[in-house]
Ligand binder design. Structure first.
Ligand code: ITT
Ligand code: NA
Length: 231
């Protein structure tokens, strides 16, 4: 059984569309979120920790909202900012900006205690190029420790981690969606969805299926599901 590691049931609802019925269940495990300015090392570290805890295959989902004119803030601090300021105050901050472009990013990190040597690379470069172009917070190709070894092929398997015990391999899948910050609209979704507009609709105005079709998480999940099915 694949465990989707999150305290957020909204994420699990979105993930279920990509995985066979009954093949995934939520593991409410609060892994340590290390301080980092990239999602990938946080997710990779979390996946190792969760795998050690669960003893079965795990998928960690680390996401964030990156506002361009705020140099990518709140980014990896999105959960803390939602808890402390709340999305209405994020809207107030962003409402004063002339440029309200923003992006959601999601990094999925899979760990099952085995290696992935012969697997095809699931992180396509298109995403990364788009991410680099749209986000001042990301320098070209995300060089967090755990994402190390990136080359032209994008994210390789991640297996070097100096600070945690042992080189448990982790596979990363990334998704990105551009949009802009708007006054809150809609009551679906979760988190920042009411203030994130994509193609004229906020994510909170979309049902799960529509959000999945365009969202950061949907893109990452589609890549994961494809790789997972024929790994
Ligand atoms: P876990 O870490 O337990 O998975 P979380 O909700 O804290 O739960 P993240 O750290 O990945 O998850 O999320 C960072 C913040 O971004 C948090 O405030 C989320 O509500 C928000 N967020 C993540 N994905 C989102 C999405 O698809 N739409 C709106 N907000 C989202
Ligand atoms: Na979190």
């Amino acid at each position: 059984m694949l465990r989707y590691v999150t305290t957020n049931p909204g994420k699990v609802r979105e993930a279920e569309s990509y995985l066979a019925d009954g093949s995934v269940s939520q593991l409410e495990f609060d892994y340590a979120e290390i301080q980092a300015d990239e999602l990938a090392p946080i997710a990779a570290r979390g996946a190792r920790e969760a795998y050690r805890e669960a003893g079965e295959p795990v998928l960690v989902d680390d996401a964030g909202l990156f506002v361009e004119a705020l140099d990518g803030f709140p980014g990896p601090y999105s959960a803390y900012v939602e808890e402390t300021l709340g999305i209405d105050r994020v809207w107030e901050l962003a409402g004063d900006l002339e440029d309200r472009r923003a992006a959601f990013r999601c990094t999925l990190a899979y760990c099952d205690g085995k290696g992935f040597a012969a697997s095809p690379d699931p992180v396509d470069r298109g995403d990364r190029v788009a991410a680099a172009a749209a986000g001042p917070e990301r320098e070209a190709d995300g060089g967090g420790d755990d994402a190390g070894g990136d080359d032209a092929g994008g994210d390789a398997d991640v297996d070097g981690d100096q600070e945690s015990a042992g080189p448990l391999p982790v596979k990363l899948f990334e998704g990105y969606v551009p949009g802009r910050i708007v006054a809150p609209r809609g009551d679906g979704g979760f988190g920042y969805d009411p203030i994130f507009e994509h193609d004229g609709e906020t994510f909170a105005e979309m049902d799960t299926e529509r959000k999945n079709a365009v969202s950061h998480r949907g893109r990452a999940l589609a890549k994961f599901a494809e790789w997972y099915a024929d790994r």
